[in-house]
Design a protein. Structure first.
Length: 368
């Protein structure tokens, strides 16, 4: 079986890295994998090439650069895949247009519940019918694409996530490497710096909790970095928040942390949360559908909702700050929450994701 995995770009980010892990896992099953992107090559391209997985780029200069479609058409003709598996809206749209023109079946995929870009939803709804199957990473996202894209339930495949397996480091060693006192209560966050992540709430938590020895470690990069830096410069508690940038040693950060905070407005199935759970960290997160699903009936996560008061909304970070304060003051509760999360995370495995993807591929190819 020859497959193209197509993504918008191969820069350092959650989706490109997830695609790289999938490509490496599929390559181990004998599938001939080619990984392509609409933009130019990036750091993840180098990682894949070093692993012996061929990559290509279509060199789009912007999301509206239609010359990338010509480049993709040429690559698909050259590779002659049995199917194209795309992810993210722009890649899904390009794969559908090129796949239809060349008679190659397309499997699209959606990684998050889109709230902030109505035109993304409109384009997906207009073209998703072309997908022979559509892969999502949670039941919450499945319900979203069935309702919003109008896809029949039989074409939607829920594939378990495949988070990175970061090495664990001794806590004292990890804190020494990060320059953190052993007395600090350390809250970690990992991800792409994007407005939807609502990192202003973590800055606000640092202000609310300035009476306790709390430190926030924010690891990642992205378009919201300049705004977050301005927030930190203007904040009275900015010195309590460390903006670490992109890190390849996430295991060190998670090993040093006492808790993990995740105040996103919307998500798919966030690998960062799964990785924190695997480390046994108590996770405090937004009460949104996918995290409700991940928390489960045994409450593996502490989900917080915004507090409303008569006459207007209260401080939107208050619930998050209250939860973090409680974990600081009640280490036993924090430990029990982390243990429930870790117990569930240990039962998951990357092989389940690979087998689910292969089942979707075989189903599509079997129907001709």
């Amino acid at each position: 079986m020859r497959v193209i995995l197509l993504v918008t770009d191969l820069g350092l980010g959650g989706t490109p890295l997830r695609m790289a892990r999938l490509a490496e896992a599929l390559d181990g099953t004998g599938v001939q994998v080619h990984v392509g992107c609409l933009a130019g090559p990036g750091p993840v391209s180098d990682r894949l090439q070093a692993a012996g997985i061929p990559t290509f780029a279509c060199y789009a200069s912007s999301p509206r650069d239609l010359s990338a479609l010509v480049g993709l058409w040429r690559h698909v003709r050259r590779i002659r895949p049995h199917l194209i598996h795309s992810t993210l809206m722009h890649a899904n749209l390009a794969a559908r247009l090129v796949g239809t023109s060349l008679g190659v079946p397309v499997i699209g995929s959606t990684a998050t519940i889109e709230l902030e870009r109505p035109w993304h939803r409109a384009l997906e709804r207009a073209t998703a019918w072309i997908d022979r199957a559509h892969i999502v990473n949670s039941q919450a996202v499945a319900e979203y694409v069935i309702r919003v894209f109008g896809l029949p339930r039989r074409r939607v495949w829920v594939v378990p996530p495949m988070p990175a397996a970061w090495p664990r480091v001794d806590r004292t060693t990890a804190r020494a490497a990060l320059g953190i006192s052993d007395r600090d209560f350390v809250v970690a966050w990992v991800g792409r710096l994007d407005p939807v992540k609502r990192l202003d709430r973590l800055v606000r938590c640092a202000e609310i909790l300035s009476h306790i020895p709390i430190r926030f470690l924010l690891a990642g990069d992205g378009p919201d970095r300049a705004r977050v830096e301005r927030l930190l410069s203007a904040s009275s508690a900015g010195h309590r928040v460390c903006l670490l940038g992109w890190r390849e040693d996430v295991g060190v950060i998670l090993s040093a942390a006492d808790a993990f905070a995740f105040p996103s407005l919307t998500e798919g199935m966030p690998n960062a949360v799964l990785e924190a759970m695997a480390f046994g960290l108590p996770v405090v997160a937004s009460d949104i559908p996918v995290l409700r699903e991940l928390s489960g009936p045994d409450r593996r996560l502490w989900l917080v909702t915004e507090v409303w008061q008569s006459g207007g909304r209260a401080d939107p970070a208050a619930g998050l700050a209250d939860a973090l304060r409680y974990l600081y003051e009640n280490p036993r509760t924090a430990r029990e929450l982390g243990e429930r999360a870790a117990s569930w995370a240990r039962a998951q495995g990357p092989q389940a994701a690979v087998q689910a993807v292969l089942a979707a591929y075989r189903s599509v190819l079997a129907t001709g």
